[in-house]
Design a protein around this ligand. Structure first.
Ligand code: ATP
Ligand code: MG
Length: 226
């Protein structure tokens, strides 16, 4: 097993059979000890955060599998806080795809002149570049195509998968009276046919969820939901 990447919240190992092992850490993104799913730095370490993130991830990836939505998921070991996945090739140096049901976070910071806090948004999709030095800039469909990161056809696939998956998560949370405001995904190409699939994780660290108008912290979400 070879360590191939040290991320902010996970380590990535290459397994001998060609698959990857994601090791979930207890670090979560944020600033000055305050959690922020949109942040590009590790803000705090919370005992049990890795396992909690993996439990939610396992739940959602298995749900997607049942529904026939393609993902990198193979198996999860909660005790060890690891997940075995198919290796994927990311777009460019990595993209994040956000789906928004209410206006909060960076959307509100950017468009506050026209949008109001928590205003409903109809599964609005936007893409950002994973580029910490440039604070993950948003990028348009035209720019993605022009810069050779994603074809227009691939963009449509990505957008449609994003909305489908976000609705699955939203509906599952709704069963527990929890409302999904926004969520962030990563995608990659897998296998010989370079199929576009969901990669990475689906946990409290990648979404903003609220109950009765109150924001739910990632660790709290796991307890409330599972
Ligand atoms: N199936 C996969 N194949 C290849 N890479 C993957 C796969 N699933 C997740 N990854 C990558 O593994 C890394 C997981 O680490 P982590 O989530 O800690 O990264 P991060 O700190 O959020 O982001 P960064 O990539 O900026 O370090 C991410 O870079 C993610 O893109
Ligand atoms: Mg990550």
């Amino acid at each position: 097993m070879k360590l191939t990447y040290t991320g902010k919240t996970k380590n990535v190992y290459a397994l001998e059979d060609g698959n990857y092992l994601l090791q979930f850490k207890d670090d979560v993104t944020g600033e000055n000890g305050v959690f922020d799913p949109g942040a590009n730095t590790v803000g705090l370490t919370m005992e049990g955060a890795g396992r909690a993130g993996l439990k939610l991830t396992k739940f959602f990836f298995e749900k997607l599998q049942e529904k026939g939505i393609p993902t990198h998921y193979i198996a999860a070991d909660i005790e060890k806080a690891t997940m075995t996945v198919k290796p994927a090739q990311v777009f460019g140096e990595g993209l994040e795809v956000i789906c928004r049901f209410r206006a909060v976070g960076s959307f509100l910071r950017r468009y506050g002149k026209y949008a109001t806090d928590a205003q409903p948004l109809d599964a609005f999709v936007e893409v950002t570049l994973k580029d910490d030095d440039r604070q993950d800039p948003p990028i348009s469909e035209d720019a993605l195509d022009m810069l050779g990161i994603l074809t227009k056809e691939e963009y449509q696939t990505l957008k449609s998968l994003t909305q489908q998956i976000a609705h699955v998560v939203k509906d599952e949370l709704a069963v527990k009276g929890i409302e999904l405001y926004d969520i962030k995904f990563e995608f990659g190409r897998v296998g010989e046919d370079k199929q576009i699939v969901l990669i990475d994780e689906i946990s409290g660290g990648n979404m903003r969820a609220y109950k009765d108008g109150e924001y739910i912290e990632p660790l709290e979400l796991e307890k409330m939901f599972l």
